[in-house]
Design a protein around this ligand. Structure first.
Ligand code: ZN
Length: 322
């Protein structure tokens, strides 16, 4: 039921359908916001860094309109996309890879090798779940369209794999831009990648930061906590999460503290509902006046603590860490 668990969350959300509009975050850095359209699966955020020799694109979204917006942005700037970095292998972050590569055949995709395990485990399992609902007329047309598109993406899964495997953290020059390319092992997936640009002091961290809840579906809580500590140790000004708006240092600090408390609570004897209530209270300042987001923060977190973490000895089923 993995595909449907995500689906239920999507149906409960429902935001205005808007094509992603590039927002300047700092000189030479743009956010192309991912979104959630009612009855559809989400797109993750895309972050674009402009270098002297072209564009570096972190994450390529799920839907056709998201990847088209990335291509339109590059065309409007008359700047080629020379590197795609994937923060992690979830389909809301990598599905645009093949089309963007087709448009810029010289570009290289950088990611961890965690997708190799996912192509053998999580993704075919999720496809098998999804196929059961292909002919179910009770699902909205848009939902089935997303399901078919995800199945096609998984079918062609080898095309999502990186050209260059990130197997450690290091400084790399991409498009003539010096970036810290960081590997976070055993975090939101078995291998997350996050970028730090020392010039703009922007950290683009993928799903190591998500709201209203930490999406622990394939997560390893301890490694994830370590990753948040590593991010905190860099002198960033702005963090761009995998979903949602850029954060200040103070806001990221709130998230990091809440995450640490959640991990500690999940391995304690406390009720899952109490862990969830603590999380919701802690991240409330990050959610503004959004009462629905606050309810989701607690509802989703209770599900993650009970069904994802405690059901599998404190980590998700897909977490390979000891
Ligand atoms: Zn995501």
């Amino acid at each position: 039921m993995r595909w449907l668990a995500g689906l239920a969350a999507v149906l409960a959300l429902g935001a205005a359908p808007l094509p992603p509009q590039p927002q300047a975050v700092a000189p030479g850095v743009w956010l192309m916001p991912g979104g959630i359209v009612p009855q559809r699966q989400p797109d993750g955020n895309t972050v674009v860094f402009a270098g002297p020799r072209g564009l570096v694109v972190l994450d390529t979204g799920r839907h056709l309109w998201h990847r088209q917006a990335i291509l339109d942005f590059a065309a409007a700037r008359r700047s080629p996309i020379v590197a795609v970095v994937n923060s992690h292998w979830h389909l809301d972050h990598v599905s645009g890879n093949p089309d963007i590569k087709r448009a810029y055949p010289g570009l290289k995709v950088y990611a961890s090798n965690a997708i190799d395990e996912a192509l053998k485990g999580f993704l075919p399992r999720s496809a098998a779940d999804g196929r059961k609902y292909l002919n179910d007329p009770s699902f909205p047309v848009a939902t089935l369209e997303d399901l078919r598109a995800d199945l096609a993406t998984i079918e062609n899964g080898q095309a999502l794999r990186p050209d260059v495997v990130i197997d450690r953290s290091s400084v790399r020059t991409l498009a003539g831009l010096r970036l810290q390319v960081n590997l976070a092992p055993n975090a939101a997936t078995d291998g997350d990648v996050w970028l730090y640009d020392p010039k703009s002091r922007v950290a683009a961290v993928g799903d190591l930061v998500t709201l209203p809840a930490a999406f622990l579906d394939t997560g390893c809580p301890q490694g994830w906590k370590t990753a948040l500590d590593r991010i905190w140790a860099t002198p960033f000004r702005i963090v761009i999460p995998g979903h949602g708006a850029p954060m200040t240092r103070d806001q990221f600090g709130v998230y990091r503290t809440a995450f640490g408390a959640l991990v500690d609570c999940s391995i304690s004897k406390r009720e899952a509902s109490a862990c969830a209530a603590d999380w919701a209270a802690a991240v409330k300042p990050l959610l503004g006046d959004d009462a629905r987001a606050l309810r989701q923060a607690s509802g989703m977190t209770q599900y993650y603590v009970t069904d994802v973490l405690r059901a599998h000895g404190g980590k998700s089923l897909d977490c390979k860490a000891a």
